[in-house]
Design a binder for this molecule. Structure first.
Ligand code: FES
Ligand code: FES
Length: 913
């Protein structure tokens, strides 16, 4: 489209420097900046004016660069994130973002900085309301906005000093992110930020129907008829296996469908050529015939008698079933002295909505492939891509780029197979970045759930039993469906002592986009049912909801529903107790407000608890870390755990530093690279601090031991690294005199940690996790009973993290996870084929987020590094049920079908009269 217009010459000023360009007048400013001028600090999240990631200043005013055409630039002044720092020294705002933890993944950071810069030029000391107003057009999916607001407000004043931890004092310190500076400078390199100069572009041809037969025509003739197209890739080009999946025995998703597409957006072919050619192609003449077929879009349809099989080898469209059973719940629930409550719930697909769409590049290097792309699971990508390409795993090198948010979906392959094949077939580097609709239509989602549950308690408020049946729409392919179906039964009890319990789950195939991993693996959905039923049960037995939970919360020495008994580290009671002051105060305030109100605006306060097992469920789950010293005196950490914004680069370095006894600033970090760094597993399941952190602890300890032995020094000798001179107490060693190994280390340690678990038996009894994280949230809401609008006023969040390795980063996790929980409760629902963009699919903006108070509880775990437990998934789980309980407290109605949109809340209130 932009290539039809005659080129024009534009002269403008960019970051204070005059520039002159010959370009197409309709070319987007984002393309001019990123592709023509190499200023890739300006990010692209949607190309539609919805996300604000591309915000720059045009004549001093913030604009979405994706919505500005080059033709408007003549004579204009453009400022981008690259213009903020001077000689690499961040300005006051960038420094505030770094110090206060306002950049997590960092993909939204340039847009935030530019919007805030415009505000700060007008108002040096803005109010919170002014900051929220200024940032309203920029979405962040990671932070929950709290720390961003704080940073903008702090930029005009004196910042707190950077925390500097001495040797042995890093754990617990609020250190700046070790990878934070590039994020605030705009120089961090995400998937689409550093393609090889001559890279070809890949564009995928996708099914327009949820379910259809597909027949490709003569693609070679089509290619020859389109000048410049270098290759058209189809299933016929795949040298290995036309199939991938995160759980190898269940891998079922074709790279390119041959005869049948099982969801809207499924790939059938890819076109490869120079960007100018491929971007301009009209694919409506691509030789493919689609024959639409009836689609099964819900589990009810797919489970119906006679329903067509989505996969013939999976009878009844059932991917997998899960079960945990303990005692005789039916008998217990029928007892005379037991009060029961029941409910049926539904939740929809939830889109991850990370601001960075999937992107990357690949090149062929002899008989090997190198793939640089955003991912959460480099070794899994390597093995799966190698199988597709018919190569040995070692012949594929995965170089994870910085990741602009993942939350589970970037555990699955996306661009990698297309890139690998394009580079292999053409022999030239290839690049691609999903469009926003492509990303939303084709990547995994949170499983929609339909849940029916019953909970009973004796009249003194002790739980008697619970039954739970959950049906999960797992979409067209397996992805992480089995993980969800197996994790839910373990967790649906919540962190409570249940004398009898049965939870059954089933993952059902439909013709929807695959459902996969999303922060919590199904537990947020189950917690909605369990925690809201608990409030109804507390009412039924006449107990305060917090009191009811405290009466039933697990303690050390009590069995979980899988029969696992922890003798230490069960921190849920401490979390509830930590919330008690906030709970009592908020309930009293709400009651006073409601007593004085005319009834239209009602306030309510709700509470909900959670637990979450750290790491894989009853499966091996190892991480390996390597750390060593080089002859030139560098202390190098090979840290293969992908940091997707949560802070593992920093946390793992802090742990290793203290175990070794040298300060964090002495470390040189080598990030994930499957040729170089050992396998630290995938970034998921709240495992990196717990599992990889423990490996880092062990590696640090082992290196320390090796050093002390080499120098024949005492165990408690302090270490000092001074150039190439390594001292332990009064002993010293010149590292430059030692012989280096293949990785250049003269002294090194490599250690693995695999948390101890035990398999579950046929009733789901066993020890699925070495440790759980525990937490609880209190939500305060205001409900407009006429309009049904819910405004969350405050969240107070208590989490037992075992040991807070870096409190700033943990607060960031709590705030960001709570924002996603708020979205789950109140606004988010992905509808295949309808909400494939960020203006129809709503996520919380800065204006939706309340104050969030985080309370960190530290009940150490025996396995975790310095006692630390996971936190990444935990933070999202209690938010939605706490909000739903608060709505019920305010209005008397419980919304069981999420999200609790104004129309649903209003209808429920009206229905109740
Ligand atoms: S990329 Fe411009 S608003 Fe999203
Ligand atoms: S830090 Fe804002 S989107 Fe990741």
């Amino acid at each position: 489209m932009t290539f039809d217009s005659p080129a024009v010459t534009i002269a403008f000023t960019i970051n204070g420097t005059p520039a002159r360009l010959v370009t197409q007048p309709l070319r987007r400013l984002t393309q001019v900046l990123r592709e023509d001028m190499g200023l890739r600090g300006t990010k692209v999240g949607c190309d539609a004016g919805d996300c604000g990631a591309c915000t720059v200043l045009l004549d001093g005013e913030p604009v979405c660069a994706c919505m500005v055409h080059a033709g408007r630039l003549d004579g204009a002044t453009v400022e981008t994130v690259e213009g903020l720092a001077r000689d690499g020294v961040p300005d006051a705002l960038q420094s505030a973002f770094l110090r206060l933890g306002a950049a997590q993944c960092g993909i939204c950071t340039p847009g935030m900085l530019m919007s805030a810069t415009a505000l700060l030029r007008r108002t040096a000391r803005p109010t919170e309301a002014e900051v929220k107003d200024a940032l309203g057009g920029v979405l962040c999916r990671c932070t929950g906005y709290s720390k961003i607001i704080q940073a903008v407000m702090a930029a005009g004043g004196a910042l707190p000093e950077a925390a500097r931890a001495e040797a042995g004092r890093a754990v617990g310190a609020r250190l700046d992110r070790v990878d934070g500076l590039p994020k605030v400078l705009g120089s961090d390199l995400f998937g689409d930020d550093f393609p090889p100069l001559d890279a070809l572009t890949v564009r995928v041809v996708r099914s327009p129907y949820h379910h259809c037969a597909v027949k490709l025509g003569d693609v070679e003739s089509w290619r020859r008829a389109h000048r410049g197209v270098e290759a058209v890739l189809t299933a016929d080009y795949i040298p290995g296996r036309n199939c991938f999946g995160v759980i190898p025995p269940l891998a079922d998703q074709p790279v390119f469908a041959r005869t049948r597409c099982r969801f809207k957006g499924e790939a059938v072919a890819a076109v490869v050529g120079p960007a100018a050619v491929v971007d301009a192609l009209d694919l409506s003449d691509f030789p493919v015939t689609w024959t639409e077929k009836p689609a099964l879009l819900t589990p009810e349809d797919a489970l119906a008698e006679g329903a067509e099989a989505v996969h013939p080898e999976r009878p009844g469209n059932v991917l997998v079933r899960g079960l945990v059973r303990r005692g005789e719940p039916e008998t217990a629930l029928a007892a005379d002295d037991v009060v029961t409550v029941s409910g049926t719930y539904s939740t929809g697909f939830i889109e991850h909505a990370y601001i960075e769409p999937e992107a990357g590049w690949a090149r062929r290097v002899g008989d090997r492939l190198e793939i640089a792309a955003c991912t959460q699971a480099p070794y899994m990508d390597r093995d799966d891509t190698a199988a597709i390409m018919g190569l040995a795993p070692e012949a594929v090198r995965i170089l994870p780029t910085s990741v602009g948010g993942g939350f589970g979906s970037k555990l699955d392959l996306s661009v990698q197979p297309f890139l690998a094949l394009a580079a292999w077939v053409t022999g030239k580097p290839a690049r691609m970045a999903y469009t926003r609709p492509e990303s939303m239509a084709t990547t995994t989602k949170r499983h929609p759930a339909r849940i029916t549950a019953t909970v009973g308690a004796t009249r003194d408020g002790r739980l008697a039993a619970m039954t739970f049946q959950g049906t999960f729409n797992t979409g067209a392919y397996a992805s992480w469906g089995p993980t969800v179906a197996n994790r839910v039964p373990v967790h649906a009890s919540g962190p409570y002592l249940h004398p009898a319990y049965e939870c059954r789950s089933v993952a059902v195939h439909t013709h929807c986009a695959p459902a996969g991993a999303f922060r919590g693996f199904g537990v947020p959905q189950s917690a909605v049912a369990q925690e809201t039923l608990f409030d109804e049960l507390a009412d039924a037995v006449g107990l305060d909801p917090l009191e009811f939970r405290l009466r039933n919360a697990l303690t050390n020495g009590q069995p979980t529903v899988t029969g696992q008994v922890f003798q230490q580290g069960v921190g849920i009671r401490a979390c509830f107790e930590a919330l008690r002051p906030a709970w009592e105060k908020a309930r009293a305030q709400a009651e006073a407000f409601n007593a004085a109100s005319d009834g239209r605006i009602r306030r309510g306060v709700g509470v909900a608890g959670m637990w979450y097992g750290c790491g894989n469920t009853s499966l091996p789950n190892p991480s390996t870390i390597r750390v060593g010293l080089k002859a030139d005196g560098r202390l190098v950490l090979h840290q293969g755990a992908v940091d997707i914004g949560q802070g593992s680069n920093t946390v793992i370095t802090q742990i290793c530093a203290d175990a070794l006894g040298l300060p964090v600033e002495r470390f040189t970090l080598v990030g994930a690279d499957t040729d170089l760094t050992p396998d630290a597993g995938k970034t998921s399941a709240s495992r990196q601090t717990f599992v990889t952190g423990k490996a880092a602890f062990l590696a640090g300890r082992a290196l320390r031991t090796a050093i002390l032995q080499r120098l024949n020094a005492r165990d408690d000798s302090p270490l000092v690294l001074d150039g190439t001179c390594l001292r332990a107490g009064d002993r010293e060693l010149d590292l430059s005199t030692l012989e280096a190994d293949a990785n250049g280390f003269v002294l090194k340690a490599e250690e693995t940690f695999d948390p101890p678990t035990a398999p579950l038996d046929e009733n789901g009894q066993g020890e699925p996790y070495a440790a759980f994280g525990w937490g609880a949230h209190v939500a305060e809401v205001e409900v407009d009973t006429e309009l049904g609008r819910v405004f969350v006023r405050k969240l107070t969040c208590a989490h037992d993290v075992g040991r807070a390795i870096n409190p700033t980063l943990i607060e960031g996790q709590v705030e960001g996870g709570s924002a996603q929980g708020l979205g789950l409760a109140l606004m988010e629902e992905f509808i295949p084929g309808r909400t494939e963009n960020l203006h129809d699919y709503l996520i919380p903006t800065v204006g939706d987020m309340p104050e969030i108070e985080t309370i960190l509880v530290e009940d150490p775990d025996a396995h975790g590094p310095y006692g630390a437990k996971g936190i990444g998934e935990q933070v999202l789980i209690p938010t939605a049920p706490a909000i739903l309980n608060a709505i019920r407290h305010a209005t008397g109605v419980l919304i069981r079908d999420l999200p609790a949109t104004p129309d649903r809340v209003r209808a429920a209130i009206k229905g109740r009269g």
